[in-house]
Design a protein around this ligand. Structure first.
Ligand code: NAD
Length: 266
């Protein structure tokens, strides 16, 4: 079994990384940063997002696990005190795998048929530094509305507790293969109208955003911001690929939601 550890880079995370790496090597596991079977992130959710993006080209061959060195994370949900137990469990492979859905985003340019495809673990957001965004929103090939406002957020179920939640979106259990569209300050008056509620789209219901006013866009894919001009369309749907988590003990999603947002026991 080959593994790779990604640290947040602070002293505590680096120490845990070094200790864990040595223990796993002592158990005859191979440290391989090119083709790891297991990627361990040590830090916070931000570190986990980085790990996901570094290895999202080989999702069917890589499982992920997150250890948090700050507050309890949604992806980084193991504590450093569990390290020894975790090492033994990892060495005992095979381990249980839990899969969560991802978001696929395809950005098509007006010039030269250029397309960029991304996978997001949390969400994509579309904003502009110039006034507001104006999009035609199509769902399954049918025009749904024209959106005017600060922007739109399209999230995965596991990302529904992140930016989406701050926008008033619902929390979706990751066993549901869906994406959620939430508005950022839509303009609603006698002239302009949007639905105003978050929309939850099932698998195969593609959402297409077609800019009707030419703007430069900030398109974020999780923690990464891309600048775009000349955008013809932004297509969002549930991805074919999934993220695979290595699970060594149960930590149900709703317990994580409770412990992160309600109970004072982080
Ligand atoms: P970061 O590390 O500062 O993360 C921001 C916070 O989001 C952290 O507290 C992190 O634990 C939390 N978080 C990340 N994923 C989560 C999830 N799935 N569920 C619940 N909380 C989660 O910043 P970053 O590394 O740039 O992370 C990018 C993420 O930050 C984005 O994917 C977005 O979801 C989130 N974000 C949130 C807001 C907001 O809530 N208003 C605004 C911008 C970005």
């Amino acid at each position: 079994m080959k593994f790779k550890i990604i640290s947040k880079g602070d002293e505590r995370s680096n120490k845990i990384k070094a200790k864990m790496k040595q223990h796993l090597i002592d158990f005859d596991l191979l440290y391989d940063k090119e083709e790891p079977d297991l990627v361990i992130s040590v830090g916070g959710d931000g570190t986990f997002l980085e790990a996901f993006h570094r290895y999202n080209h080989r999702l069917s061959n890589t499982a992920f696990i997150g250890i948090h060195t700050g507050h309890l994370g949604f992806y980084a949900d193991y504590v450093p005190e569990e390290l020894e137990k975790l090492v033994i469990e990892i060495a005992k492979t095979p381990y249980q795998i839990v899969e969560y859905p991802l978001l696929e985003v395809i950005i098509r340019s007006k010039t030269g048929n250029k397309t960029d495809t991304y996978l997001a673990l949390n969400e994509a957001t579309i904003k502009t530094p110039e006034s507001s965004v104006v999009f035609d929103v199509e769902i399954r090939g049918e025009r749904f509305e024209t959106f005017r406002g600060d922007g739109l957020c399209i999230s995965t179920p596991s990302g529904s507790t992140a930016y989406n939640k701050a926008l008033g979106g619902g929390i979706i259990h990751p066993s549901l293969e869906a994406i959620q569209l939430t508005e950022m300050a839509s303009i609603n008056n006698r002239v302009f109208r949007t639905i105003g509620s978050p929309l939850i789209l099932p698998k195969h219901h593609t959402c297409l955003l077609k800019p009707i006013v030419d703007r430069s866009f900030f398109i974020t894919i999780d923690h990464i911001t891309h600048n775009y001009t000349n955008v013809k369309s932004i297509q969002c749907r549930v991805a074919k690929e999934k993220i695979r988590f290595a699970r060594f003990r149960p930590f149900p999603f709703w317990n994580r939601v409770r412990d992160s947002f309600i109970a004072d026991n982080n």
